[in-house]
Design a protein around this ligand. Structure first.
Ligand code: PLP
Length: 497
């Protein structure tokens, strides 16, 4: 096909995409019925020697791909945490792909780097992040778009590791290589995402899981205990990952307690707000972030005791979960750009640019693991401009209202119990009964692909998670509850089902 032919196909593709989006509710099951290995037999053994027609490829979209696709933005999807979809982000993705720059340094695409710096300041202000995180404030902080929250955790731990080892190397220059590294210990709660553990594996440091309290929140008293014990054993605490909005139950670690301890001990505090971070754009939910920045009057005692109010060294959330940016887009801020850049700075001659030593230049390759990076700031630019902050706030408030409505449905049905404190868009619930019973309920609910939910375990209790996602409506939430309720009735009247 020549390029002109592709332009016509492009318009057809736009129609296909719009049809897909608009008919998701009516024509497609949210969860596919296929079995593992379904796809290979549907395709030839090797790629074609000659070009095939566009029509053939598109008909295989329906024959091969769609039957095995989970539709994450269907109104009936309530699993995991959401994957945001918005037309502004989709449109931005089209331009991003058309430009297809790989902006690893300022010089490789100045607009990509500079827009990213400004967008992270826009977003930081919208979330009311501490001013130290904003590069426009003239301090040492700044923001970067990571691909995922896992990448941000990895990078923050790496920065903390480098900072601590450099300091120890200066203080005790005669230690044998690796001695300090072998003593480092990081902290996470027993509710933190597995990406923290994985970061520790990659970075060859030990990690300790602290028991959370009855609300699944990590508390200062447990951190104090662990630090004391670890120091007595000759270990060096260097990093803590606090979660705002845990994956299992959307619980919030107590950063007002944890932050001052980290500050006193010189421990890097990273905030993983992968899901909940978007909600801080609403003034109603901003208090959940206190401790990243303590507000005057709220915690006077803390203010008197601690000279700095921003206890976090880094902060990350997934704009692709709940802020309208399509996957992937995980904005991260650090209090000190130097800490992140120094931990990964390698300057091969083929990437050296005449300006790269200048202070005003940001080369984002130093802020992440891989070299190549997308022009993702365009997605934020489109989303923030085409929605505006007010609309984003309305969307989040309306999602939380839907979650509250679902919570009410569950609470009114005495066969069920709500198993988390519902603060945002996640309701954890279970039938009063055994884990086995609830496993059966989940199977029954997901079997026909009409709605899709996923489970977790809270203190060994098998629990169903119902998440409000981009694209859910009040009708789809009501439908989901009636469906779940009818499956429960069937199950309870014939438990062997
Ligand atoms: N942290 C939390 C609290 C999460 O809920 C998740 C995923 O849902 C992650 C990290 C991992 O996210 P990502 O896929 O962006 O690495």
């Amino acid at each position: 096909m020549d390029p002109k032919e592709f332009c016509i196909r492009g318009k057809q593709m736009v129609d296909y995409i719009v049809d897909y989006r608009e008919s998701l509710d009516k024509h497609r099951k949210v969860f596919p019925e296929v079995k593992p290995g379904y796809l290979r037999p549907l395709l030839p053994d090797a790629a074609p020697e000659e070009a095939e027609s566009f029509e053939d490829v598109m008909s295989d979209m329906e024959r091969v791909i769609m039957p095995g696709t989970t539709h994450w933005t269907s109104p009936h999807f309530h699993a995991y945490f959401p994957s945001a979809f918005s037309y502004p982000s989709l449109l931005a993705e089209m331009i991003i792909t058309a430009i297809n720059s790989i902006g690893f340094s300022w010089a490789s695409c100045p607009a990509a780097t500079e827009l990213e710096i400004v967008m992270l300041d826009w977003l930081g202000k919208a979330l009311q992040l501490p001013v130290e995180f904003l590069s426009g404030s003239g301090g040492g902080g700044g923001g970067v778009i990571q691909r995922t929250a896992s990448d941000a955790t990895l990078m923050s731990m790496l920065s903390a590791r480098h900072k601590t080892l450099t300091k120890l190397g200066r203080e005790q220059p005669n230690q044998v290589d690796g001695k300090h590294l072998s003593k480092l210990v990081a902290y996470m709660s027993d509710q933190a995402h597995s990406s923290v553990e994985r970061a520790a594996i990659i970075e060859a440091v030990r990690v300790r899981k602290l028991p959370s309290d009855e609300k699944f929140s990590m508390r200062g008293v447990e951190l104090e205990k662990a630090i004391k014990q670890d120091k007595e054993n000759g270990l060096i605490p260097f990093y803590l990952c606090a979660t705002l909005g845990t994956t299992s139950s959307c619980a919030f670690d107590n950063i007002l307690e944890l932050g001052p301890i980290c500050q006193r001990e010189g421990i890097w505090m990273h905030i993983d707000a992968a899901y909940a971070g978007s909600a801080f754009i609403c003034p109603e939910f901003r208090p959940l972030l206190n401790g990243v920045e303590v507000r005057i009057g709220q915690v006077d005692k803390l203010l008197l005791e601690h000279h700095s109010w921003n206890f976090a060294d880094s902060f990350d959330f997934n704009a692709h979960k709940w802020m309208g940016a399509t996957f992937d887009c995980s904005p991260m801020w650090v209090k000190s750009r130097k800490d992140i850049v120094n931990s990964l700075k390698v300057e091969p001659p083929y990437l050296k640019h005449i300006h790269s030593e200048s202070d005003i230049i940001t080369d984002y390759r130093h802020w992440q693991i891989s070299l190549g990076r997308k022009f993702s700031s365009l997605k934020l630019w489109f989303v923030l401009r085409l929605f505006g902050i007010k609309k984003m706030q309305e969307l989040i408030l309306s999602d939380v209202a839907m979650a509250r409505e679902f919570e009410e449905f569950v609470r009114k049905d005495e066969r069920f119990e709500v198993t988390n404190e519902v603060k945002l868009g996640l309701v954890c619930f279970a039938l009063k009964g055994s884990n086995e019973l609830n496993r059966h309920l989940l199977e029954a609910v997901n079997r026909e692909g009409k709605i899709h939910i996923t489970p977790t375990e809270l203190r060994s209790k098998y629990t169903l998670r119902f998440v409000i996602c981009w694209g859910n409506t009040r009708e789809s939430v009501r439908f989901a509850w009636e469906y779940i309720s009818s499956k429960a009735t069937a199950l309870l009247s014939s438990p062997s089902e």
